[in-house]
Design a protein around this ligand. Structure first.
Ligand code: ADP
Ligand code: MG
Length: 188
């Protein structure tokens, strides 16, 4: 089941000179880079990438509340309010630094890329994942600094968002087609 997914290396990954190491994790797992760019985007473009979807905003709030609850702190804010605040911080962050964007292709690329990046909060991410191996940030530190969580990477969540995000970041002729030398071994 060959799929494509969109992966971003956020500004913290670039400032920390992790571009090569991050891409290597995906390549090592069999995913193929079929489009790649480094550049900057404005807040409007970042806002298109992280579109204002109510369920997603609620989910951000819920995840944040759960993390605080585990520390014995009860957040009073509504989930959606937390989501809106985090989204705004995230858009500011992305619009103020360099970003590497890429399309990865391979068997179950969407699921595999999500597995390789790890869960959203680096503090909780498995140490073998990108976020767990190269970062330690937490929701409470991000809140204290009034910024979004520095978790290095983004990867599309499902096939619908992968399609939408790939079309947002790349035109059809920026995506190339070629064969990896190990494809027959992996896929036959
Ligand atoms: P993921 O990137 O794992 O898919 P989400 O889609 O829920 O996570 O959130 C998008 C991004 O917003 C996260 O990668 C992270 O940078 C930031 N973020 C999410 N929740 C919080 C939070 N509670 N505090 C600060 N930043 C957050
Ligand atoms: Mg997401």
């Amino acid at each position: 089941m060959i799929e494509r997914t969109l992966v971003l290396i956020k500004p913290d990954g670039i400032y920390r000179a992790l571009i090569g190491k991050i891409i290597a994790q995906f390549e090592d797992a069999g995913l193929k880079v079929v489009a790649l760019r480094i550049g900057r985007v404005d807040k409007e473009f970042a806002g298109k990438h992280y579109a204002e979807v109510i369920e997603w905003l609620e989910n951000i709030g819920a995840k944040s509340k759960l993390a605080y609850k585990e520390k014995g702190i009860e957040l009073k804010e509504e989930n959606i309010e937390i989501g809106r605040r985090v989204r705004n911080q995230l858009l500011d962050y992305l619009a103020n630094g360099p970003i590497v964007s890429m399309v990865l292709e391979g068997n179950h690329a969407i699921y595999i890329a999500r597995k390789i990046i790890g869960v959203t909060e680096p503090r909780k991410a498995d140490p073998s994942s990108i976020r767990g191996k190269y970062a330690s940030d937490s929701y409470d530190l991000a809140d204290a600094r009034q910024r979004s969580t520095k978790n290095l990477v983004h990867a599309s969540e499902d096939s619908e968002s992968a399609k939408r995000e790939i079309e947002l970041w790349f035109t059809k002729n920026e995506i190339v087609s070629y064969k990896r030398s190990d494809e027959d071994i992996m896929y036959e």
